[in-house]
Write a protein that binds this ligand. Structure first.
Ligand code: URP
Ligand code: ZN
Ligand code: ZN
Ligand code: ZN
Length: 500
């Protein structure tokens, strides 16, 4: 074995979601082999000094759209620039979405995304698959994806009328099939019919700028869809994961459904935790359009603080970014009509620092909870734990050596992403990934990113995640409908009056 494959992270404080300990971490061939003090390691082992630093599981971004074909163009960060930027910020795995057109084979879409991602990814990745139309064929393909292709989550859209939106009966069928397969149903929760109606009205009033994007889908449009999805999923006993929770009211619904015992998870994103929708009214069109995404950032500046509190206290569970970036000329497809502005913002590079700053530096969460919401909970929910999401013997050596005190100022001028805009521009954040180790390879070293395209691997996600389905079977048995045993009625029965 070459010395290159042996690495010792020395002198740091190891942080998992459930404990912290001062310990060294020894890695061989991409796997963590020993954790403790005074470890015996072979000569020639490379040493990374981590004194004064936290040694945490690499971040898992649960929600990205690299090079997504969308609204007449392709997201500018592809699987190379996007995953390289992810590593720079301490994220060692992304979860992207294969999204078929209506009528298109889900399996073909999956293979298309694999063919785009596999040669380019610098870090590991998994896929969710979109269910954008419904038929028996779709149900069969969902089964094939789960059984043969390592997919355990499907995203359904309650918005994007005419492209990806499902109606309620299709939604219900898709939830039933997810349940049948032990897969997790995800929803983009906004009411697409209302958005279409409101957009027409606003355009007819001459409101064509980016502010119209938020005005056509106020908070209750997200809340209604979130509530509807929770109710429909619960009625068929299907666990649910609400992606990109953007508003207080949607977050409250997820939280209150959990209190009622529904199996539902909520994912705020770096954007909704780190900035707000006041930017839609900025006088610079490009600045305002740079913040357009769906569901929109909310104009209430308290929203990020509120979402962070819910995330810190267990009402919300994971964090993604919905990273889906478009440069100025692409956003300009909607310069005269806000409905044509490609929806999407950045986040994959800055998520860890933004959550550290707004969550840990603010005193809302401790480092263990930070690890839970940036990595471990995702690994558990999507059934990759403890291979991912843990610094533990036998786990993949996806590790970030975090300098909690160093600061940096986020800017599009210095970021690694390909996009020419950053929604966190000018934000000073504590918390920098000094070293990032991906499957045992040092890929970031004091600001120098040495990622190689194709270095990442596809990570299959098995069905029936214990964190998601562990209580579902018992619950189905315990809550199964039971008839009332009683003697049959034996009195007279009126004749049916066919004239009536
Ligand atoms: O604005 C967004 N969210 N763009 C990406 C597509 C989606 O809905 O996640
Ligand atoms: Zn979405
Ligand atoms: Zn998305
Ligand atoms: Zn350092």
């Amino acid at each position: 074995m070459s010395a290159q494959n042996r690495l010792l992270i020395k002198g740091g404080r190891v942080v998992n979601d459930d404990m912290m300990q001062d310990a060294d971490v020894y890695i061989e061939d991409g796997i963590i082999k020993q954790i403790g003090l005074n470890l015996h390691t072979p000569g020639g082992t490379r040493v990374v000094e981590a004194k004064g630093h936290l040694v945490m599981p690499g971040g898992i971004d649960t929600h990205t759209h690299m090079q997504l074909p969308f609204m007449g163009t392709f997201a500018v960060d592809d699987f190379y620039t996007g995953t390289r930027a992810a590593l720079a910020g301490g994220t060692t795995m992304i979860m992207d979405f294969a999204l078929p057109h209506k009528g298109e084979s889900l399996v073909e879409a999956y293979h298309r995304w694999r063919s785009w991602a596999d040669p380019k990814v610098c870090c590991d990745y998994a896929l969710h698959v979109g269910v954008t139309w419904w038929s028996d064929k779709v149900a069969g393909e969902m089964e094939e994806l789960v059984e043969q292709h390592g997919i355990n989550s499907f995203k359904m859209f309650l918005a994007y009328k005419d492209t990806w939106q499902l109606d309620d009966s299709e939604l219900l069928e898709s939830f039933k099939q997810c349940k049948e397969l032990g897969a997790l149903a995800q929803v983009h929760a906004e009411n697409g019919d209302i958005i279409k109606e409101n957009s027409k009205k606003l355009l007819s009033l001459g409101i064509t700028g980016p502010e119209g994007h938020e005005m056509c889908r106020p908070e209750e449009v997200e809340a209604e869809a979130t509530n509807r999805a929770c109710v429909l999923a619960n009625q068929v006993g299907c666990p649910l994961y609400v992606v990109h929770v953007m508003s207080k009211s949607a977050a409250d619904i997820v939280s209150s459904m959990r209190k009622k015992g529904h199996v539902v998870f909520g994912e705020p994103i770096a954007a909704s935790l780190g900035t707000d929708g006041t930017h839609h009214r900025h006088k610079c069109w490009r600045h305002a359009a740079g913040h357009v995404m769906g569901p929109p950032l909310r104009p209430d500046p308290q929203t990020p603080i509120y979402l962070m509190d819910l995330l810190a206290n267990g009402d919300l569970q994971t964090t993604g970014t919905d990273n889906c970036t478009f440069s100025a000329s692409q956003k300009a497809l909607g310069k005269d009509d806000f409905t044509k502005i490609p929806n999407g913002v950045n986040g994959v590079e800055d998520r860890m620092s933004v959550i550290w700053e707004k969550g840990v530096v603010s005193g809302k969460m401790d480092p263990c909870r930070f690890v839970a919401v940036t990595s471990t909970n995702a690994a558990k929910i999507f059934n990759m734990y403890p291979k991912k999401g843990r610094i533990g013997v036998g786990s993949d050596a996806d590790i970030v050596v975090w300098n909690p005190h160093a600061t940096r100022t986020i800017s599009a001028k210095t970021h690694y992403q390909a996009v020419d805009f950053n929604i966190f521009e000018g934000m000073e954040v504590h918390g920098i990934a000094d070293y990032v180790i991906c499957r045992g390879r040092v890929v970031v070293e004091e600001g120098d990113v040495r990622a190689v395209s194709g270095m990442g691997k596809f990570v299959p996600t098995p069905s029936h995640s214990p964190t998601v389905y562990g209580r579902v079977t018992e619950r189905d048995i315990a809550n199964a409908p039971r008839k009332v045993e009683r003697p049959p009625y034996d009195g007279p029965v009126t004749q049916v009056n066919t004239q009536g």
